[in-house]
Design a protein around this ligand. Structure first.
Ligand code: ATP
Ligand code: LTN
Length: 334
């Protein structure tokens, strides 16, 4: 607990342009939960280098992502918005937790399998121990809740296992975190291949709607979305393309999938795709305007970066010192 509130932690990688999947699956829920919890929202730049990055691009994207968190509605006075690499506790705790994590557990991680298939020329140890750094992020702040999309559920489970293992040896050191997965938007699929999740590292830009896409591009991508030849707007697994569009529409408008089925009963895919496009455009418009405004305010963003890193480091060090003591590292001489 911090200030009598439960703690929330979440993060995103600055590995590409954010997609509608990132927004509906994660960022939108962050904003919804931000009043109820004491929140830490991190730009996880240390995770990003598990895949080769161009340094200048990574720096630029990290700043753009931090700005986007604020533009989405997270007040940096109330929420701690910061870069992972500015708080050394993440890496320090990750090292300790590495010694409490089994190779067999990490071998089962599906994201590792996917990413090592995609980057077969660079299967580095960081990619393998990625979930341990993620566990460190969460446990460092004694987080109670972690809002993420469904693809991250397995990483939350290993985090809980590591925390429980550590606690069973050393007593109650870590809070055991719960995932928070939203009812709608938790798994938005590619518009071009509804069997694959919409992903910012997808090579086909038509499969993803990027948060900074202009209205024409959004409408075009929705119009071209892959559907089927059934001709009915039904929310069912047999029509994955249509189901995905219903998910997007529901998530943008707050309507339930059943309401959407009723609304478009008897209508064609053309009309429906148009409505989906318009719903996405109006969902993203305020966000895009706010990004444009904030990008001009360099001094403000700089002050957020500095102040919040200090705040995050304060809480991180509290946990880190406790953990270091528990595992037997010598006390510091003051
Ligand atoms: P990459 O393609 O680089 O692996 P990504 O698009 O999967 O990236 P992450 O940075 O790994 O994005 O994820 C940030 C957050 O967005 C996580 O909480 C993740 O669960 C969520 N998320 C990512 N893709 C989707 C999606 N298609 N639908 C819903 N949520 C998603
Ligand atoms: N692995 C996550 C990003 C991430 C994260 C975290 C999410 C890193 N550390 C801590 C929640 C909590 C991803 O790829 N989306």
């Amino acid at each position: 607990m911090i200030n009598d509130k439960k703690v929330l932690f979440s993060g995103m990688q600055a590995t590409g342009n954010l997609t509608l999947g990132n927004y509906l699956g994660a960022l939108k829920n962050w904003v919804k939960l931000s009043d109820e919890y004491e929140c830490f929202y991190c730009v996880v730049d240390e995770h990003s280098i598990t895949v080769r990055q161009d340094p200048a691009t990574l720096r630029k994207r990290a700043r753009a992502l931090l700005t986007l968190y604020i533009a989405a509605g997270l007040d940096p006075e109330k929420n701690c918005i910061y870069y992972q690499s500015h708080v050394s506790g993440h890496a320090e705790l990750a090292w300790i937790l590495n010694c409490f994590t089994y190779m067999g557990e990490l071998n089962r991680m599906t994201q590792f399998k996917d990413k090592s298939a995609k980057h077969a020329d660079n299967i580095n140890a960081g990619l393998f121990t990625y979930p341990v750094l993620m566990a460190a992020d969460i446990l460092l702040f004694q987080a109670d809740v972690v809002p993420v999309g469904i693809d991250q559920k397995q990483h939350l489970e290993i985090t809980r296992d590591i925390a429980q293992r550590f606690n069973s040896i050393y007593g109650d050191v870590f809070t055991i975190p719960e995932p928070y997965i939203g009812k709608s938007g938790a798994r938005i699929m590619s518009l071009q291949d509804p069997s694959k999740k919409m992903s910012k590292s997808d090579e086909n830009p038509n499969g993803s709607i990027y948060l900074m896409d202009d209205p024409d591009t959004i409408m075009r991508k929705c119009k071209r979305a892959v559907t089927d030849s059934e001709g009915h707007i039904c929310y069912r697994d047999e029509q994955p393309g249509v189901k995905n569009l219903i998910d997007i529409y529901s998530s943008c408008t707050g309507k339930t999938p059943e309401d959407v089925e009723k609304e478009f009963d008897g209508k064609g895919y053309g009309d429906f795709k148009l409505a989906v496009g318009e719903a996405v455009v109006s969902q993203l418009k305020p966000l895009q305007e706010e990004v444009a405004r904030l990008e001009k305010d360099k001094a403000f963003i700089d002050s957020v970066i500095k102040n919040n890193a200090e705040k995050a480091a304060y809480y991180a060090n509290k946990t880190l010192r406790k953990v270091q003591r528990k595992v037997g590292f010598p006390d510091r001489i003051r």
